[in-house]
Design a protein around this ligand. Sequence first.
Ligand code: HEM
Length: 428
Amino acid sequence: MNYYLPHPVPLYGPDFAQDPHAVYARLRQYGPLAPVAIAPGVPAYLVTDYRVALDLLKDTTTWSKNPSEWQKTLPPDSQVLPMMKWRPNPLFNDGPDHARYRSVITDSFSRVEPHRLRAQVAHAADTLIRSFAATGDVDLVTQYARPLPLVLFNNLFGMPDSYSDRLVTALAGLMEATSPQEATRANADFEQYIAELIALKTKQRGPDLTSWFMDHPAGLSTEEVLHQIVLTMGAGHEPTTNLISNALSRMLSNHAYYSTLSSGALTAKDAIEDVLRHEPPMANYSAHFPRQNVHFHGTWIMANQLVLVSYAAANAAPDGLPAGAVPTGGGAHLAWAAGPHACPVKQPALLIATTAIERLTSHLCDLELTTAREQLSWRPGPFHRALAHLPARFTPLTPDQAGVTPWTSSSPFSSTPQAATSSAKHVG
Ligand code: HEM
């Protein structure tokens, strides 16, 4: 029986990024909960068993999502705080507060019609494909999967297309900053973008997520609106990028997919299901804190101690799945978590990833990786399963060539007012 965290296993170094399943196998030797460190000096318990994960995710009496007490034990400059500190949004609240914030996000996304979302993703995809189509080379992570959700969010939140570069650059700066100064500048750029977004929509509402957040019956304050926007962009960006790039890496390195890009049996949806089950884009998260000391599946956990769920380990646990839950078509998995905090945007996220992959592979039909999948590098970090790069090549396209190209097939669903960009009004 564990009372403290003996020799926590690090989840933040290159060893874990290189071969997470070797680390999960080691962690399973501790039983269903293992002692880990998510950063130097930041211990946690990690649940690696499917049933135990469900026990935790569904039991809101024992477990809280509110990190307020736990975060007091960390130094103020701890690297995990930006991802884990309390904010007024669904992720860090329980009960009625959770339900109120979550309803704003679910109700607003339910107003995004799937056919319109598909067209908006196609528009974002074509915009990005145009930027590299003539070169014949692309890094599918940095030039496609990473910017795509942001180009899309810029549109979904109701900003003109001319703003999307600012959003992409600010968030790339946040992720890739090599000095605190760079990170501070990128953060200031992101805050400025959000401030302008809120100012614009305060003046003039539109058919967009920002306006729906503002006018939702939950009656959010301006500060709360800001936090729901930041959460949606934060929670939506990284896992969607990883879902697209992990699926593309599988499709382009497995002949069963590759030979079928135009004609075969396995599709983008199969690759996505495969990723959700075997390589979930969020590998470990669902931070929970026991409301009081608890004896949980053989381990004593003190009140407010951090416990995380490993979706990746639970999905892979050889005998962890409930009887009958290993059906055809991939089987049960926890890639979206479970219980009241399970991802509320699952269907739109699936549609976004599928459309992004289909759009890319239909325009660049001879796309191939230039580095074998086994040689690809993964970004270190405890939470995500994220490729650093995905280099590929293809026959270049040009704007004047015949047939459907990213220049000719763009959708009419840009948020940029047509009158401001279209030359059609001059015709005739
Ligand atoms: C448009 C894209 C997405 C948006 C806007 C989004 C939004 C959100 C939000 C707001 C939450 C918090 C819900 C709550 O606490 O009640 C959440 C949770 C979650 N999402 Fe998503 N999500 C997106 C895509 C994805 C993808 C692609 C995955 C991975 C397959 C994913 C996995 C999760 C997981 C595992 C949680 C639970 C996190 C936790 O409780 O710690 N999401 N998502």
